[in-house]
Design a protein around this ligand. Sequence first.
Ligand code: C2E
Ligand code: MG
Ligand code: MG
Ligand code: MG
Length: 279
Amino acid sequence: RAKELGRDAMEVFTAELANRAHEKLERQEELRRALALGELFLQYQPQMDLATGRIFAVEALIRWRHPERGLVSPGDFIPLAEETGLIVPIGDWTLRAACRQNRAWQLSGLPPIVVSVNVSARQFQAKDWVERVATALEESGLEARYLELELTESLIMQDVQQAVETMHRLEQLGVHLAIDDFGTGYSSLASLKRFPVGRLKIDRSFVQDLPEDNDDAAIAHAVISLAHALQLRVIAEGVETREQVDFLRAAGCDEIQGYYLSRPIDARALQAILCIPNL
Ligand code: C2E
Ligand code: MG
Ligand code: MG
Ligand code: MG
């Protein structure tokens, strides 16, 4: 009897596993189709220099316009894309689309800005990654200095030696590098000084409870002075309120990004913002 129960349970378990594997395959197929059918698109979120009030850069953020589910955010499909390797063609598409869009803005006579693109570990670790970046620049006609790549600490820490080497090759191309979600990973101070990056992005989790939360205030101060000690610029992400802006400005933060300025918006809407000389 116990044996039978055990076997039944095993059958249920196996069926459940098969079910889940099947669902995942379907979702993967759906995502592959999304890329092929042009259901993926980019929104852009402006970044402002606190000293001048100028919008000097935008971050490209991927979205999926799903035929039934509507707008799907990257948190709901990037993990699957990373797991299945689909992030490589998807990331390639993102990179090329962002370069092309930035070049189009320049050609339309807008003041030149930097476009910042998020990079996943699988992309960064691909043998031909640096060539892919060079190709995206060539195809679009965008100068390298108008492209920035955002790398997370955890991506870099997977293989510091390799990452530093790749970062140097990217630096030679002339693109900018930033560390995204700074403070949520584990990069040591010793390794940080070896990274050829231009800026640190303070993660939103340290910004959201500013200025009231004393711990977060201390962390923000520490990251800002660390960045400046290493001659890096520092941007706060997820800035939503006037109080946060005032705090960050007083703390010496260089730049901000967040709903306070603008949510991520379509290329056309962004173009209108870029026409305003100073916010
Ligand atoms: P991230 O790179 O840290 O991007 C910032 C996220 O914070 C974005 O979420 C943005 O919409 C959101 N955000 C910006 N300002 C505010 C604010 O004031 N308040 C709040 N509550 N949120 C704010 P999103 O677009 O959902 O992207 C989530 C993550 O997905 C990104 O985090 C990034 O890690 C990843 N991602 C987005 N696009 C791409 C992509 O093209 N490639 C890769 N590999 N990852 C991407
Ligand atoms: Mg980012
Ligand atoms: Mg970030
Ligand atoms: Mg973040």
